[in-house]
Design a protein around this ligand. Structure first.
Ligand SMILES: Nc1ncnc2c1ncn2[C@@H]1O[C@H](COP(=O)(O)OP(=O)(O)OP(=O)(O)O)[C@@H](O)[C@H]1O
Ligand SMILES: [Mg+2]
Length: 365
C-alpha cells in the first residue's frame, strides 16, 4: 500500500466540541481533521503533505494508487479528500462515484479536486459527481490552506447539525416513550379501578347487578320486539308490548308491570343521558329479558358506584332513583358502560317464586 503517513483520532469529537456549544470552530480543532490525499504523482502528495504538516495538520494520509482509496476510506473515514482527476486505473471521477456509494446520503464528504488546468466541461462533470472545490497546480500554499479550512469548517458544521438532529430525535423518542408509559399506567389504573368496582357492586347487590364489558352481556337469540327510542310512536307501544310478552310467557301481571316500570327507567336514562337509544325484548323459556342500549358517553368510572348503588345520586337535575328502582323491580340487571355507550339488560323470571327459595336460603345463611 502506498500510504505515506498515518495518525488516528476521532473526527466526530471535533463536531461535538466547539461547534456543539454554538461557538465558531477554532482553527486548532480543524487541524485534527483526517485528510486523505490521492494523486498518482508522488511529488504532489509529498508537497501537499508537507504543506499541511507545516500548517499544523496532524492526521494526513496519502496514496498514489487510486485503487486503494475505497479501503482507505473505510479505514480512515476521512473528513476531506484531496483528489487528482487524471490518474491511471481509476480517474478522479470514478473515485468520487465509488465513494459516493459508500458515504451515507445525508453525510457531507468534501472532495477538493487537484487539477493542472481544467476545461469547463470537466469542471462541470466534477461538480456533478461531488467535487466541492478546485485547486489548480502548481499549488499556492495560502490558497491550499484557505480552501481546505473552508471545506473542513463546512464538513464539521454538517456533522454538528447531524449530531444535533440525532440528539433531538432521541429526545423526541424518549418523550414519546415516557408518554406511552404514562398512558399505559393510566390504562392499568383504570382497569384496576373497574375490577374493584365490579367486585364491590356485585357484593353489595348480592350478584343482582352484574357490571361487565359489552361483549359479556349474555345474548338471548332474536328479539320478540325491538324499537328505536328515537321513534316516539314505537316507544309508546313498548310498555304494552312488554306487558303482553311477559304475561304471554306466563309471568303474573304484577311482576310483568315491575319489568315495564324498570324498563321505563332504563329507557329514560338512554334518552336523557345517551343518544341513539334502542330497546329489544326477548322471551326465553323461564325469563323475559329487556335490553336497552345507547351510544352516549356512558357512566364515568369514578361515578359508577354512586350512580348505581346510592339512591338519590344523580349527575342531572333529577331524583337519582333509576338504578335503585331497576334493582328492586327485576331479578337481575346487567350493565356495560363506557365511552362508546351503555347497555342495560333487565331480566325477570317468569316464575320468580321458583327462585325465591334460593334467595331465602342465601339470606338465612
Ligand atoms: N345510559 C346512560 N348513559 C350515561 N350516563 C348514565 C346512563 N344512565 C345513567 N347514567 C348516569 O347515572 C346516574 C344515575 O342514574 P339514575 O337513573 O339512577 O338517576 P338519574 O337518571 O340521574 O335520575 P332519575 O332516574 O331518578 O330521573 C345519572 O345521573 C347519570 O349520570
Ligand atoms: Mg334515570
Amino acid at each position: 500500500m502506498q500510504v505515506l503517513s498515518a495518525e488516528r483520532s476521532s473526527p466526530e469529537t471535533l463536531a461535538e466540541s466547539d461547534a456543539g456549544q454554538g461557538r465558531a470552530m477554532r482553527e486548532e480543532d480543524l487541524k485534527h481533521a483526517q485528510i486523505l490525499i490521492v494523486d498518482d504523482e508522488i511529488v504532489n502528495t509529498r508537497l501537499l503533505e508537507r504543506t499541511l504538516q507545516r500548517a499544523g495538520f496532524t492526521r494526513i494520509r496519502a496514496t498514489t494508487d487510486p485503487r486503494e482509496v475505497l479501503s482507505l476510506y473505510r479505514e480512515l473515514q476521512p473528513d476531506l479528500v484531496l483528489l487528482d482527476l487524471h490518474m491511471p486505473y481509476l480517474d478522479g471521477f470514478a473515485v468520487m462515484e465509488q465513494l459516493k456509494k459508500e458515504v451515507q446520503q445525508e453525510a457531507y464528504l468534501p472532495f477538493l479536486v487537484l487539477t493542472a488546468d481544467i476545461a469547463p466541461e470537466a469542471k462541470e462533470k466534477a461538480l456533478r459527481v461531488g467535487a466541492k472545490d478546485f485547486l489548480t497546480k502548481p499549488f499556492d500554499v495560502t490558497e491550499v490552506l484557505l480552501r481546505i479550512m473552508n471545506l473542513l469548517e463546512t464538513r464539521f458544521l454538517y456533522l454538528h447539525l447531524e449530531n444535533q438532529n440525532q440528539i433531538l430525535e432521541e429526545r423526541v423518542r424518549e418523550r414519546t416513550r415516557n408518554l406511552e408509559a404514562a398512558q399505559q399506567q393510566l390504562l392499568d389504573a383504570e382497569a384496576e379501578k373497574k375490577r374493584f368496582y365490579r367486585e364491590v357492586i356485585r357484593a353489595v347487590t348480592r350478584d343482582k347487578l352484574q357490571l361487565v364489558d359489552t361483549d359479556e352481556v349474555p345474548t338471548v337469540g332474536s328479539p320478540t320486539f325491538e324499537v328505536s327510542l328515537e321513534d316516539a310512536a314505537a316507544y309508546a307501544l313498548l310498555r304494552n308490548r312488554i306487558q303482553e310478552i311477559a304475561e304471554g310467557a306466563g309471568m303474573n301481571t304484577e311482576h310483568a308491570s315491575d319489568l315495564v316500570l324498570a324498563t321505563g327507567e332504563a329507557v329514560t336514562n338512554a334518552i336523557k343521558h345517551g343518544v341513539e337509544g334502542r330497546c329489544a325484548v326477548y322471551a326465553v323459556t323461564d325469563h323475559v329479558t329487556v335490553r336497552v342500549s345507547d351510544r352516549g358517553p356512558g357512566i364515568r368510572a369514578e361515578s359508577l358506584p354512586a350512580s348505581v348503588l346510592i339512591p338519590g345520586y344523580s349527575t342531572a337535575v333529577s331524583l337519582g332513583m333509576g338504578h335503585t328502582l331497576m334493582l328492586q323491580l327485576v331479578d337481575r340487571v346487567w350493565l356495560a358502560t363506557g365511552p362508546d355507550g351503555t347497555v342495560v339488560q333487565l331480566e325477570s323470571w317468569v316464575h320468580p317464586e321458583a327462585h325465591q327459595e334460593t334467595v331465602d336460603l342465601l339470606e338465612r345463611w
